[in-house]
Design a protein around this ligand. Structure first.
Ligand SMILES: [Zn+2]
Length: 417
């Protein structure tokens, strides 16, 4: 399914998976014994050498370039693979096997009691049946363009990897923070908006931008529009080239465009609206679990959370939104469908994507209404993700713009109801 570059295919045929599963320091040990003559390139596509040992040395040099943390091989993490089976303790190597099998999972080691803090059952909120704020939403939507999305995604995919433990993952996060801050500083309208870094125990921060609400009664409530920043190369998670254009660079710039238009055009919500860019989604929803747990502990009332994970690949026509119907809040999902019918230029198709499919699952587990919009039916989604081939050329920015419309409309509509 995944097209691999010739180099990676060569590596896979030549090196036992066990070696690949280890941190790069170990790989370096193996290759150092094989060949001392090497030539460094920073892009697999440009590698001209024909010796496997040389290629491995190049990869090791790449590892130093991306500056991945050393992973503790003996560390065990508590991994949940489904709702029905108990979580299992796994090694880093076993977790890396999950990446390769494209098995989605939740690493619950640090958040085993995520569901215990906030009991949503104490307050049941009705979502509206139909959109009501067309006069406010439509002028914002008119301002959305693909220009900034293209520029931003080009830069965002140029970081070698956005792996959550890597130095380049931290650099890409800092770059994204500066873009958000730049939008806020440039705004000429009076908008009450800010951005902060949410720090974790690993290198890459999550980012939270927040519009304050005008209604003090609703200060503790929040509407969340989200995407994840991190990328991963499933064969060499710590340091392999991972442009992550679609997964989830697309969602990142999709919601950034929605945010830009709201800031520049003076959005004044009644209740707070936040935009979240999570770290470490690929590592088992770590960033979103940490934030959901903090909000649940603080008893924040999250009205709704919408995840945008992969918004750029059209796949087989006809072009649609994929609206995920499993592990989501069904009333919120029905409302999201009504927003697509009202504001978007393309229809939606129901789809399922399974347990722990993306960060909406963390919020659902914490007891909050969450939903997930993806680029197409799940079976028709981008086959190149988690590889060196998840690049801009496979994406359609006009498709992504439809998701920006959804984010804008959800933010505006739910900020008032
Ligand atoms: Zn993703």
């Amino acid at each position: 399914m995944v097209k691999l570059l010739p180099l990676v295919s060569l590596l896979l045929s030549a090196i036992p998976v066990l070696i690949l599963a280890r941190p790069y320091e170990k790989i370096h040990y193996h290759i150092a014994t094989l060949n001392h003559h090497h030539k460094v390139n920073d892009d697999f596509g440009a590698i001209k050498s024909n010796s496997i040992a040389t290629k491995l040395d190049e990869i090791n040099a790449d590892a130093r370039i991306s500056g991945a943390d050393e992973e503790d091989e003996d560390e065990l993490r508590l991994i949940q693979l489904s709702e029905d089976e108990p979580a299992e303790w796994m090694t880093v190597g076993e977790i890396m096997d999950l990446y390769r099998k494209k098995t989605k999972f939740m690493d619950i080691t640090d958040h085993q009691d995520l569901g215990d803090f906030y009991k949503a059952t104490t307050k049941t909120r009705q979502f509206p049946v139909q959109p009501q704020f067309q006069n406010e939403v439509k002028p914002f939507i008119k301002e959305l363009t693909t220009k900034h999305m293209e520029e931003n995604l080009k830069k965002f995919t140029s970081f070698r990897t956005r792996y959550y433990r890597s130095r380049t993952g931290k650099e890409s996060s800092n770059w994204l923070y500066e873009q958000i801050l730049g939008i806020i500083k440039k705004a000429e309208n009076e908008v009450n908006v800010s951005v902060r870094k949410f720090e974790h125990s690993w290198a890459q921060n999550s980012l939270i931008a927040r519009f304050e609400g005008a209604d003090e009664q609703k200060e503790n409530e929040v509407v969340i529009i989200a995407a994840h920043q991190d990328s991963v190369n499933m064969w060499m998670p710590s340091f392999g080239r991972a442009p992550g254009a679609d997964d989830d660079g697309s969602g990142t710039v999709t919601i950034l465009e929605a945010f830009r238009v709201l800031v520049e055009n003076g959005f004044k919500p009644e209740r707070p609206v936040e935009f979240h860019w999570y770290s470490a989604e690929e590592a088992g929803l770590l960033g979103s679990q940490a934030i959901a747990q903090e909000y649940a502990k603080e008893k924040k009332d999250v009205i709704a959370m919408l995840q945008n994970d992969m918004t750029g690949y059209v796949g087989k026509k006809p072009e649609t939104f994929g609206i995920v119907t499993d592990y989501v809040n069904s009333d919120l999902t029905i409302f999201i469908k009504s927003l697509i019918e009202e504001y978007a230029a393309i229809p939606y198709t129901d789809t399922k994507c399974g347990y722990a499919c993306s960060d909406h699952a963390s919020w659902g587990k914490a007891g909050y209404p969450s939903a997930f919009a993806i680029e197409s039916e799940f079976s028709n989604s981008n086959p190149y993700i988690h590889s060196t081939n998840d690049v801009l050329e496979n994406l359609d920015f006009n498709h992504m713009l439809e998701f920006s419309k959804l984010s804008v409309s959800l933010a505006v509509e739910l900020s008032h109801i």
